[in-house]
Design a protein around this ligand. Structure first.
Ligand code: SF4
Length: 203
């Protein structure tokens, strides 16, 4: 127990423990900010997350199975949230795919309006990050993209859409290359949520 990441004495001896404790603290920011917004607009945090996700992602990802993976909750939890959003007239179900038991989700006009009221919930965090200088930002992005990829590769994070796990990504010596966009990717151009992402065969 002495060497627990959450033991402050251990943190003094091990920088990785300190960083993990810091990341845990930052994860609280999302909970707090989402709850503030949720109270304001009368939706639950997961309902807000679903609306924002649908607004900015391709249709193939806007279904119960994927949303459950995306937000690490059960399918019944997503189904409940969808039922509530449907009742409130913010989303509609599209059954036109080949398998007519499954459906994709779309925003209604009122859903789109709600997205404009809620999608700035993380702004207080962005404002702080904007104050970092360019090399700090580049370093942070580099660390985050690598961490997300490795956590996904090791089965901890269910979903990721970074270049490193994409079938179009190629490492040429020290440079990153996208075979779809046919260009070298600078560190700042590595994407964390690429619309064209396709998972590479071996993760
Ligand atoms: S398609 Fe997107 S995720 Fe894949 S390598 Fe290119 S930029 Fe990165």
């Amino acid at each position: 127990m002495d060497n627990s990441i959450f033991n402050p004495t251990q943190q003094e001896q091990d920088i990785s423990s300190k960083i993990v404790a810091g990341l845990e603290r930052i994860s609280e920011v999302f909970k707090v900010l989402l709850w503030e917004k949720a109270k304001l607009v009368g939706l639950s945090p997961i309902q807000i997350q679903i609306l924002i996700f649908i607004a900015f992602h391709k249709r193939e990802l806007c279904n119960v199975s994927h949303l459950a993976k995306e937000f690490n909750v059960t399918k019944p939890t997503i189904s409940d949230a969808i039922r509530a959003l449907n009742r409130k007239g913010m989303i509609s179900k599209d059954f036109s795919s080949s398998d007519n038991r499954s459906y994709t989700l779309q925003l209604t006009e009122s859903g789109k309006k709600m997205v404009t009221q809620t999608n700035d919930f993380a702004m207080p965090l962005k404002k702080q990050i904007d104050n970092f200088n360019e090399s700090e930002l580049t370093g942070l992005l580099n660390t985050l993209s690598n961490l997300i990829y490795k956590l996904n590769y090791n089965g901890v994070l269910t979903v990721q859409r970074t270049c490193y796990g994409c079938k179009y990504y190629q490492k040429n010596k020290e440079t990153n290359y996208c075979n779809l966009l046919q260009k070298i990717l600078m560190t700042t151009e590595i994407r964390l949520d690429c619309p064209e992402y396709e998972e590479k065969a071996n993760g």
